[in-house]
Design a binder for this molecule. Structure first.
Ligand SMILES: [Zn+2]
Length: 418
């Protein structure tokens, strides 16, 4: 099967260029050919390497009522993603080959895009006690993470880092010091004080990042920090990079666009880490501009409508993100001249591949045909009822946005079309 994508702008290492491209089998070809099976007019459209989200929750096995491999990856394809990395807070949690196999079988059967799962750091993803069977899982997982929980014991984290280093695998950390938690559920700041809510302090995040940076220096492991949300974390990572630590990090679209001043008494605004202060948001924006923050990941975390209906205090933590990330970021950051379109593609499609060693990237001859085709002129309102994800809870419901994915190819096969 050969598909001719004509008259589009393609994203190469030199930026966007107006150029025809052919999808031939699972590869790209830039050399002109008169023989093809299908041609698609891409006039005015932007053809990019598909986005890669290194932080999603697909909820299967164990929580099928929230999301499944099928619905989660269909949502990813619609959002322009060609690869996602699901976190291991599952049942069973993948902490040995037996528990991982259940997930691998579902991925093989149901996934619409490429799926690279994490294995846990600790057994049953408890954050304590014993390490998982990292050795047995190493060939089948992208990296190790206990996302949802911080690894509380310094000794255990050091042991995990040494093991990961010896296997040449990454540690991907959800940083949260539980000894600093006092039952909070939104940022400990002005909104929490004004409305009588319990807060989550910034130090619960950056304190553990600081601890882990020291452990990275000691062990030499390749280390990635999940969903950073505080200005202190940005500064710690900026300094660690200057010091030559093998560190990378991600933040989420919501932390770049919203802050605690935007909070409403609604579970749609509840996630962990929480929306922080306007100052924190400004520091995160600076972090993406200067490269301290390597990538944007959604932390797509679907829950049932009931679980999200109990207000700020009682709702489950987490919002969906795969179907809104690009339009929100394009509208709020690119259209408002905070970053360029090219920078946004770097943050969502290029750096995740480089840091995590995932195939694909800048479009060129012979590149993997994992593509999204974007229509940047399309304006619309975000309507959760249109989501393919089972999760509908997002603070962006009703937002007016611009920019829509029109088509997604994975391994040269069209997996989604507007
Ligand atoms: Zn997390």
């Amino acid at each position: 099967m050969k598909t001719y994508l004509k008259n589009g702008y393609i994203f190469t290492e030199h930026g966007f260029e107006k150029r025809d491209v052919f999808v031939s089998g699972d590869r790209l070809s830039l050399s002109h050919s008169h023989r093809y099976d299908e041609s698609i007019d891409c006039s005015g459209l932007y053809i990019i390497p598909g986005f890669v989200d290194v932080h999603v929750h697909l909820r299967e096995p164990g929580f099928f009522y929230k999301e499944s491999i099928k619905t989660g990856t269909e949502a990813a394809a619609k959002g322009g993603y060609t690869a996602v990395c699901p976190m291991p807070n599952l049942n069973p949690a993948p902490s040995d080959m037996e528990s991982l196999r259940a997930q691998l079988d579902l991925i093989r059967k149901d996934a619409a895009v490429k799926v690279f799962p994490y294995g846990t750091i600790t057994r049953a993803q408890s954050g304590r006690g014993q390490l998982s069977d990292m050795e047995a899982m190493k060939e089948h997982v992208i990296a190790f993470s206990d996302d949802g929980k911080g690894v509380q014991s310094q000794e255990l984290m050091e042991e995990a880092m040494l093991k990961a280093k010896a296997m040449d695998k990454m540690i991907v950390a959800h940083c949260e010091d539980e000894s600093l938690l006092t039952g909070g559920y939104i940022h400990e700041g002005a909104y929490a004080r004004a409305h009588g809510h319990k807060g989550i302090c910034s130090e619960s995040e950056w304190g553990q990042v600081q601890r882990d940076i020291e452990l990275c220096k000691k062990t030499g492991v390749q280390y990635h920090v999940c969903h950073i949300s505080t200005k202190e974390t940005v500064e710690l990572i900026r300094q660690a990079k200057k010091d030559g630590v093998r560190i990378s990090c991600e933040t989420g679209p919501h932390y770049l666009v919203l802050c605690d001043e935007d909070l409403r008494e609604d579970g749609r605004f509840k996630m962990n880490p929480p929306l922080r202060s306007a100052e924190d948001r400004a520091a995160l924006v600076e972090g993406i501009q200067d490269g301290t923050i390597d990538m944007i990941a959604t932390d797509h975390a679907p829950h049932s409508a009931e679980e999200k209906s109990r207000g700020l205090e009682k709702s489950a933590f987490g919002i969906v993100g795969l179907e809104t990330a690009f339009p929100i970021l394009y509208t709020e950051l690119v259209k408002k001249n905070v970053i360029s379109l090219e920078k946004l593609i770097e943050l969502m499609a290029i750096r995740p591949r480089q840091v995590f060693g995932i195939e694909g990237g800048y479009l060129k001859e012979g590149q993997a045909a994992d593509l999204a085709i974007l229509d940047l002129s399309k304006s619309y309102t975000i309507d959760p009822e249109q989501f393919l994800s089972k999760g509908r809870s997002t603070p962006f419901a009703g937002w007016q946005v611009q920019g829509e994915n029109t088509m997604t190819f994975v391994n040269g096969k069209k997996v989604w079309e507007r």
